[in-house]
Design a protein around this ligand. Sequence first.
Ligand SMILES: Nc1ncnc2c1ncn2[C@@H]1O[C@H](COP(=O)(O)OP(=O)(O)OP(=O)(O)O)[C@@H](O)[C@H]1O
Ligand SMILES: [Mg+2]
Length: 366
Amino acid sequence: MPDLEQNMIELKAISKQFGSTYALRPTSFSVKKGEFLTLLGPSGSGKSTLLNLISGGYSATSGQILMNGSDITDAPPRKRGIGMVFQNYALMPHMTAFDNVAYPLRVRGVSEADIKLKVLDALKRVGLAGFEDRKPKQLSGGQQQRVGIARCIVYSPSTIMMDEPLGALDKNLREQMQDEIKTLHNEIGTTFIYVTHDQEEALNMSDRICLMNNGGVVQLGTPDELYFHPVNKFAAQFIGESNLLSGTVDGDNKLRTGTGHLLTMPLSRRVPAGETCEVMLRPERIQIVDPNQAESLGVAWTVVSGNVANVSFIGSMTTLAVRLTDGTLFKLKTTSLPEKHRYKIGDPIEVRWNPEDLVILQNEKS
Ligand SMILES: Nc1ncnc2c1ncn2[C@@H]1O[C@H](COP(=O)(O)OP(=O)(O)OP(=O)(O)O)[C@@H](O)[C@H]1O
Ligand SMILES: [Mg+2]
């Protein structure tokens, strides 16, 4: 487990402007020693800019960066001890896998005997023992990326940064390499800063996720915090699927929606009466009411009925769209049943949820 007590990197109001536009607005947070932190966000949100500021590829417009407590804001990239892995692998095409991995050691003047030991160990760690003599064009995309990772870990940098390292790989290989990178992180215990715009990859791999949008941090927290307690609509929609409802809270702790529904709000987090409010409900928290099902005691279910508007079967899970008579649409997710037992478009359906599963979202402008 990472030593989450010590800060490896501290960002203090760091920002980057290109001309008059901010690629990164003033941003402050810390990365703990040994942590796997993922920068997640849509294209143009500032993820690569932030990596480049930390690695020294860009100079900061304002703010300060500390590494192990020392100010590195103006330190040259080589002095920062950060290893980079890129999406396009950036291998040298005329060199063998061995020589590509040996390169950072040779520029550091390591002896050939040590180089041999370290390169063979690094290639073994990424599952490429025996591939030493292959040139990049004799390797698959996944193998080339493994060489890229070996070249990074071989000189034991204190922090490893990866910018969309799996972006060029197909889905199955991506998932396999996600597990390999996680295992590698556990084995070597180095601080990882990882960039992706794939929310499932971020949820699967990270100790914490830094969700970015428009050059700023929207939410920084564990995968659980981001999934179960997204702070605003952007976070709720970017991670996972969500049903969003808005309205005004009345004196009985009910949300009156625009179409006149009165929905019970959570008791655990009260919103003052009279305030407008937006709430989110995850599709898997909505259940289909089964008259034969034993009642769960102690839950004040909210029950609504409508008709099935769409059915999407994707193997293990089925997503149903349920349209209420006023037109409100809910998406719900259940484990799949065989086709003859599945709902069809137009079928009447009754669904329910526990009001405590409603997540109250912050206004994005606040
Ligand atoms: N060298 C540059 N000159 C001008 N603008 C830039 C430069 N680099 C980045 N930007 C702008 O800064 C913003 C953030 O870019 P950045 O590359 O950090 O995004 P990103 O989150 O990495 O996106 P992607 O997922 O597409 O890689 C974008 O609007 C981009 O156009
Ligand atoms: Mg980028």
